[in-house]
Ligand binder design. Structure first.
Ligand code: SAM
Length: 276
């Protein structure tokens, strides 16, 4: 084993970083000037850009997620540019795509979609790729997030389908066939319990949903039914304990719950509502 690997693994392990070998592989591959994939045992140090590697390692030792260091996170079928201005797309959010495909059967339909709190634009862009005739409005209150979403929209050639606006969702007045959102939904106490990586490197505005985490669902119950067309759908991500409260709030506002969808841990994470 090379000295570089030995000393880097030692440093990562001493910081109790969860998957040191995997992280090291990713950092080496992202600073490798050779095309060949590094699997540690085949490392040829002469191809590593050592200055960049050391800077990346230092950042990882400071608990920065690999995605933020290499500015890349995979979601659905694509890679997205990410940095500290946007939440890293999470696997459970892909369920929103699955349910959109379940409920909007005709992928060529001319539909209007709203993505509330678009962040990196991962949902809006993946929806645009699946529903090729859809027109999508992606809003986010954070100007910095919208500029990252715009970068991803250009990278994925979706300018003709997606319009972004840096506004609060309460300022949206058009009507839509499908509304999706993964809003901030952590309570203050849940936020305090998140890892150093999340607290230091994901934007707080993307995570905190008021004292009890339900703030956005309360606002949504007042606003969203007014901007849904007849026979339209609302697909929402929720925190694992928020199901019954969210259902109560949105059903009181006249929407009908049509599906609860579970994540791999068998927790309800996605709610699908319709407006008839
Ligand atoms: C949990 S993140 C979701 C990001 C992305 N959609 C995803 O699933 O990875 C929530 C996003 O909502 C945005 N946000 C917070 N308050 C908002 C508001 N009032 N109106 C619109 N967007 C808001 C945040 O800036 C953040 O980008």
């Amino acid at each position: 084993m090379s000295e570089l690997i030995k000393s880097s693994l030692f440093k990562l392990k001493s910081k109790k970083i969860l998957n040191p070998e995997l992280d090291l592989r990713l950092l080496l591959n992202n600073t490798n000037k050779n095309k060949k994939e590094i699997i540690l045992s085949n490392l040829e140090e002469k191809f590593i850009d050592i200055k960049t590697f050391n800077a990346y390692l230092e950042r990882r030792l400071n608990y920065e997620p690999i995605s933020k260091i290499i500015n890349k996170k995979s979601f659905w079928k694509y890679d997205f540019y990410v940095n500290q201005d946007v939440l890293d797309p999470r696997p459970e959010t892909e369920l929103i795509l699955e349910e959109s495909l379940n409920f909007v059967k005709n992928k060529k339909k001319y539909i209007n979609i709203l993505d509330i709190g678009t962040g990196s634009g991962c949902l809006a862009i993946s929806l645009a790729k699946e529903f090729i005739n859809a027109k999508i409005l992606a809003v986010d209150i954070s100007k910095k997030a919208i500029s990252i979403a715009n970068k991803n929209i250009v990278n994925h050639n979706c300018l003709n389908q997606i319009k972004t606006k840096s506004i609060c969702f309460s300022k949206v007045y058009d009507k839509f066939d499908l509304i999706v959102s993964n809003p901030p939904y952590l309570s203050i106490s849940e936020y305090k319990k998140t890892s150093i990586s999340v607290k230091k490197f994901d934007p707080k505005i993307a995570l905190l949903g008021g004292i009890d985490g339900l703030l956005f669902y309360k606002y949504f119950s007042k606003k969203i039914p007014k901007i849904m067309k007849k026979n339209s759908y609302l697909i929402l991500e929720i925190g694992e304990t928020q199901g019954s409260k969210c259902i109560e709030l949105l059903c009181k506002s006249g929407l009908k719950l049509i599906k609860k969808s579970k994540d791999l841990q068998k927790k309800d994470r996605i709610l699908v509502f319709s407006k008839v």
